[in-house]
Design a protein around this ligand. Structure first.
Ligand SMILES: [Zn+2]
Length: 470
């Protein structure tokens, strides 16, 4: 292993650990803050001592903005290339008697060599020779190294020799876009019939945690296609198409499960408002945004969406982004996985019924999530969005205090957390006043305001074809 690569990997692992740490810490801090408020309303102790000491330490060691910037420029994607079949399992038999296991290995080695030449890729093969490897071992290899993509390469077969074409399988929503890009690239390169992308419960795809696809490059039983796939020139074309597809995919999809901010290269900020809608504070916020011609992001609670459909329609009509903030605002650290999925899906369906799409972004109540739940939500094709600036507006801070937090914590690419419903004694007047103050102030510093999907460069809604997880 190249020493430079190794150092980068360690940095990445440390960054991920840091993100999870921050997530958990943020969650527990907020929960602690709520507890403090709810259980000791008369307590005069203003600070939450043990967590705040920890947070201070974390922040001084590794400010989120710097951590992201550093990681971004050095990001290396590890790709697992999986040559189909092998050893005692020869796979399909081609029209001329060729074996699928040989072709998939030859093509995979070409993909591997091409990826090796790219700085942003760290490729791995599930097999490098004619060995039998169980399907679960192939997926586990990719899972264990926390690979960023898994590409299984195959050739197709059918009794009718005239059947032909390229086909790509995926299992989970998170893999659709990778499947579509690779499929269209390979179709273009090979000139075979476009059989599209298909959802399939193939084991190797079901077990893989990262975006994972299986491509049937062509039909080995079709003599014309077999000849192309067997030939050096045909294999080169297929390999280039796959590698170009990976480059395109990772350029378009940052592929992270949890976001705390966007790129710091532009002076952009995303205003986010949680816990709405209501018919008291939310319309006032919408008026301010409209007056200032700003698009923001509303992370909404499903049961309130159901109660105030007209406010939700207005949010959508006025061009703001919509995020899922659970159905009833439970602490996701304290409910079962089944409840997590139900909380999210019920809200997705309620939003879909009102605005006609299911959002791509979700924010857990209190920012609280454990690793398994992050993974499950990621597998639903949903991006988890927390924040880099917590205005603490819900807690009854004065306008001056809110502005102090904003001035201290805002940096380019920041995501600002505020609320559009709830608040101390149901009052968010200070949120409104602070908003009127922070918009011109931040604008005068050169900031522009965008929605979260714009800031993160991700789609605002999930693909219409996306299925619900089971
Ligand atoms: Zn909330």
């Amino acid at each position: 292993m190249h020493p430079k690569r190794r150092r980068l990997k360690i940095r990445r692992v440390r960054f991920v650990v840091f993100l999870f740490g921050l997530l958990l810490l943020g969650g527990s801090l907020l929960v602690a803050a709520f507890d403090n408020q709810n259980q000791h309303p008369t307590s005069s102790t203003p600070s939450i001592s043990p967590p705040s000491i920890e947070l201070k330490e974390t922040q001084s060691l590794n400010p989120p903005g710097l951590a992201l910037k550093e990681t971004k420029s050095k990001r290396v994607y590890s790709i697992v290339i999986d040559p189909g079949h092998g050893g005692k399992d020869p796979g399909a038999k081609g029209a001329s008697g060729s074996y699928e296991k040989k072709i998939t290995l030859a093509l995979s080695l070409k993909v591997y060599d091409l990826l090796k030449q790219e700085d942003i890729f760290d490729p791995h093969l599930t097999r490098t020779d004619d060995t039998f490897i169980p399907l679960e071992d192939r997926a586990n290899m990719a899972n264990n190294m926390k690979a960023d993509a898994f590409i299984s390469i195959h050739g197709n077969t059918y009794e009718d020799k005239s059947a032909g074409g390229t086909l790509t399988f995926y299992r989970y929503d998170k893999s659709i876009q990778l499947a579509q890009i690779i499929q269209s690239n390979v179709v273009k390169a090979m000139g075979f019939r476009d059989r599209g992308v298909q959802n399939d419960k193939l084991m190797v795809l079901s077990l893989s945690n990262m975006p994972a696809i299986l491509i049937e490059v062509g039909y080995m039983t079709n003599p014309k296609e077999e000849a192309v796939i067997l030939g050096k020139e045909g294999q080169d074309r297929a390999a280039h198409a796959i590698v170009d597809g990976l480059k395109k995919y990772f350029a378009e999809h940052p592929q992270k499960a949890v976001f705390y901010n966007g790129s710091s290269e532009q002076k952009q900020l995303a205003l986010t408002f949680d816990d709405g809608p209501d018919n008291k504070t939310t319309p006032k916020i919408l008026d301010i945004l409209k007056k200032n011609e700003i698009k923001a992001t509303f992370f909404m609670i499903g049961n309130r969406v159901k109660s105030y459909p007209e406010v939700v329609k207005r949010i959508s009509k006025e061009g703001h982004a919509i995020g899922n903030h659970s159905w009833s605002h439970p602490d996701f650290g304290k409910i079962t996985m089944k409840e997590v999925i139900k909380q999210i899906n019920d809200t997705q369906n309620q939003l879909n019924a009102i605005v006609g799409y299911r959002p791509s972004i979700f924010r857990p109540p209190y920012g609280a999530l454990d690793k398994d739940k992050v993974l499950t939500i990621h597998n639903m094709g949903i991006s988890i969005v927390n924040w880099s600036v917590d205005s603490m507006d819900w807690s009854g801070l004065s306008v001056t205090e809110i502005m102090k937090v904003i001035r201290k914590e805002v940096y380019p690419g920041g995501i600002i957390l505020q609320h559009s419903a709830g608040g101390k004694n149901g009052n968010l007047d200070n949120t409104i006043q602070a908003l009127n103050q922070m918009i011109p102030e931040l604008r005068s510093q050169g900031y522009t305001f965008v929605t979260v999907p714009e800031l993160l460069n991700i789609p605002a809604s999930l693909p219409k074809t996306a299925g619900l997880p089971n």
